[in-house]
Design a protein around this ligand. Structure first.
Ligand code: ZN
Ligand code: ZN
Length: 454
């Protein structure tokens, strides 16, 4: 059957149902209705409201906005439809399927996923009700308001991130569950399989980042300038989540780049979150490092004849980053128990992006370990050789024979006479002693410095 859509003085548009229009977008473009004849359509509100999935009766006000911003309104209607569908399916998964398996061998899925799914569902309900309220009474500045609600939503990203972390850690069980049980839940999961249901947030993420970019494309110029950055950064934060879908092949690829792997890089549950390069500040020079952020580790290595060598890895549960006060605006300080260091990025924006994602990933990694994280000491960042010309204690100038030595506890530079204490600092090494200055020696041991002859 075709939908007959008659305009007052113009021709009658006929829409073929076989083309199966799913949204206002399809119908309007099929019928070419956004010309000057739009206003003459017979009761377009009722007709549209009655015929198109995704527009509810109380949202027909949106139609008023179509003549000025047709594409964006359609994008918003599509998004609302998708959002409602998403919430319904998440609830089916949470309330029917996962609850039902609580006594079976798959009960671990329920234990691990129920809480992040509940959070996800609650946050989406709030998000949807904000959007719906706005759509019922669209005011001037409706599009601006929509973009604000849509993009200023860090809780939603956080909830997705947490759910993805949990899901990836037990995805193997989800796959087994899907293979064994998809038939049983056929009526609930419609045309999906259970593993597709478990992965539902992924299509939401893809749909939402593309919605964000589509809105940006159709925004009038003045709004594009105002909201371009918000929409773009919202889209790319979601893409970071989706980029990790095929985590195993990506990890394999990275693992092959190393001359010798620092640790087995391919591991279930691990994801690559960001990759890039930066310049590492060393005591006397600086050199380029390839850097990798995984969901549980930070790693850097040097590039040499197409292979990665000299890797150093840092567990995220014992890492802290901070923008250093005294170094250029493009650097980021990393503090860890054994070694701390400074990386310099190409631009302040790049540094800020790394700062944000590393900080978030550290928080996520800490949240996802079961036991509380013990207190630990951080190694100092060494003062650079070029920044001092005299010993920090005796103030004699450094020369070719009077060399610079770093205190392993505070990172300051001394001559060898002033750096004669050697002690064990367990976070740096439990086996061998390291050199510390007098002040640090006193601070650590509470005793008199022991002078060692050379
Ligand atoms: Zn000295
Ligand atoms: Zn010291």
């Amino acid at each position: 059957m075709a939908i007959r859509w008659r305009s007052g003085f113009g021709p009658t548009h006929i829409i073929d149902e076989e083309k199966n229009p799913k949204s206002l977008n399809d119908i309007c473009f099929t019928s070419n209705c956004f010309d000057s004849s739009f206003n003459f359509l017979i009761d377009p509100r009722k007709l549209i409201a009655a015929q198109i999935n995704g527009v509810r009766m109380d949202e027909t006000n949106l139609i008023d906005l179509i003549p000025t911003n047709p594409q964006i309104v359609m994008i918003i209607i599509d998004f609302l439809t998708y959002e409602r569908q998403f919430i319904t399916e998440i609830e089916v998964l949470r309330k029917s399927i996962l609850t039902d398996i609580s006594e079976t061998k798959f009960s671990k899925l329920q234990k691990v996923l129920e809480q992040p799914l509940t959070v996800l569902s609650d946050i989406h309900q709030v998000f949807l009700s904000h959007l719906e309220n706005m759509v019922k009474t669209p005011k001037d500045g409706f599009i601006e308001l929509f973009i604000d609600i849509f993009t200023k939503n860090s809780e939603i990203l956080q909830a997705h991130n947490e759910y993805m972390n949990k899901l990836l850690s037990i995805e193997y069980l989800g796959i087994a569950f899907s293979v064994e049980m998809s038939d049983k839940y056929l009526s609930l999961i419609k045309n999906n399989t259970i593993i597709q249901m478990l992965r539902l947030p992924i299509p939401w993420q893809l749909f939402t980042s593309s919605t964000s970019r589509k809105i940006l494309t159709y925004l009038p110029n003045n709004l594009q300038t105002k909201y371009g950055k918000d929409l773009e950064s919202f889209a790319s934060s979601i893409e970071i989540l989706t980029e990790t879908i095929d985590s195993i092949p990506k990890l394999e690829e990275i693992s092959k780049m190393f001359m010798k792997e620092p640790f087995p890089i391919v591991q279930p549950g691990r994801r690559l979150l960001k990759r890039g390069s930066a310049v590492k500040q060393c005591r006397s020079n600086s050199s380029k490092r390839e850097i990798f952020l995984f969901s549980d580790m930070f790693l850097y290595a040097q590039q040499s004849v197409g292979m990665l060598i000299a890797p150093a890895e840092y567990s995220l549960t014992r890492l802290r980053v901070e923008i250093p006060l005294d170094t250029p605006e493009m650097s980021l300080a990393f503090y860890a128990p054994q070694k701390s260091f400074v990386l310099e990025f190409l631009s302040p924006e790049e540094r800020d992006a790394w700062n944000e994602i590393v900080t978030n990933s550290i928080n996520n990694a800490k949240d996802s370990v079961d036991s509380p994280i013990e207190q630990y000491r951080e190694a100092p960042i060494w003062i650079r050789d070029s920044s001092v010309t005299h010993c920090s204690k005796c103030h004699r100038a450094f020369t070719f024979t009077r060399r610079r030595h770093h205190c392993r506890e505070c990172g300051r530079i001394f001559c060898s006479d002033c750096l004669s204490n050697k002690i064990i600092i367990p976070n740096i090494s439990t086996k061998s002693t390291v050199k510390v200055c007098d002040l640090c020696y006193l601070k650590i041991t509470g005793g008199t410095p022991q002078i060692q002859s050379k």
